[in-house]
Design a binder for this molecule. Sequence first.
Ligand code: MLT
Length: 397
Amino acid sequence: MVKINSNYLSLKDSYLFSTIAKKVKAYKEKNPDKRVISLGIGDVVLPLSEPVINSLKTGVEEMAKKDSFKGYGPEQGYDFLREGIRGYYSEFGVQLDEKSIFISDGAKSDLGNLLDIFSKDNIVLIPDPVYPVYVDTNIMDGRKIEYMNCNAENNYLPLPDFNVKGDIIYLCSPNNPTGAAYNREQLEKWVQYAKEIGAIILFDAAYEAFISSPEIPRSIYEIEGAKECAIEVCSLSKTAGFTGMRCGYTIVPLELECEGVKLNKLWLRRQTTKFNGVSYVVQKAASGVFSKEGREKVKEVIDYYKENAKIISKVFDELGISYTGGVNSPYIWIECPNKMSSWEFFDFLLTEANVVGTPGEGFGENGEGRFRFSCFGDREDIEEASQRVFKALNDLK
Ligand code: MLT
């Protein structure tokens, strides 16, 4: 008789953001007169910029003509897009080989798919709290997970501990959910540790565009030796409003080896078997992100979301509630007031302020008693939500 992958039975019943969406839907159905504002899932609201739309239109027109129509694309993505990414990285001093860049349909898929090239016997080292995808994809494979505590004492930035080892190490900086970001010296420690113990770092750089502090690296490859121990995964979702378009990229350096095997070769083998690439029109649109005008527009949009972050942070500054993030990140991570649990605080905010956030517990045990606000939103909504949150919390005092 057919058997299921029983590892799935060890997962929580539903994915964090699906659970939240269900709760919010139920609340809205019971309270149709309430206008609920979501600062929950980090989903962008501003439209694609003009350079991106122009590139997209060009792509669509090309697909309509016999002499420029495209069928299957190149295995790792079109050269014009990989060249754009290479140029972008060179601006922060990272030289990438074009063959190391693989265009993907987003960071989430690749973070899960990459596990295909690693043995299920590897131990993974994962921060807690963390983006749930790292944990769930490893549970699905039945891999052993070691957690690293992230808390106020280590500013939510755990550093390597030679007593706790993993073969695959997940790092996300700027971090989802805490908004904390590693500086150069801290990342150097991680690279040194990974090389010493023979581990691979899976570096999630999905929020790199939010970095404005010079001491925070945009890429793990700004650290010497990282190409020998790290894979970097990035996304255009938050950078350029691609949550609905779906485009990202993964960098597997040519020098990266495991048991004498080049990981770039293994990943190419995996991708050519299980993935047929991102559509031409989406890759064409994505190339607009890396043009000069596209880069300027990215900055404008990121500045807009960062201004939102300032507006929300001000609420917690005024109320004396401690938090991290909101500076090099679109997320603000607060301590729930009055020792409320994170789901209690979720219900409180939903009913008292009609504002949705993300309960910290959904990101791991250390997230209990913490709560995440996302700054992706229209300015008017952010201002209104901030006022409502301020009022609800002030009334609690
Ligand atoms: C989040 O809110 O954590 C993200 O938007 C989820 C994602 O990128 O998949």
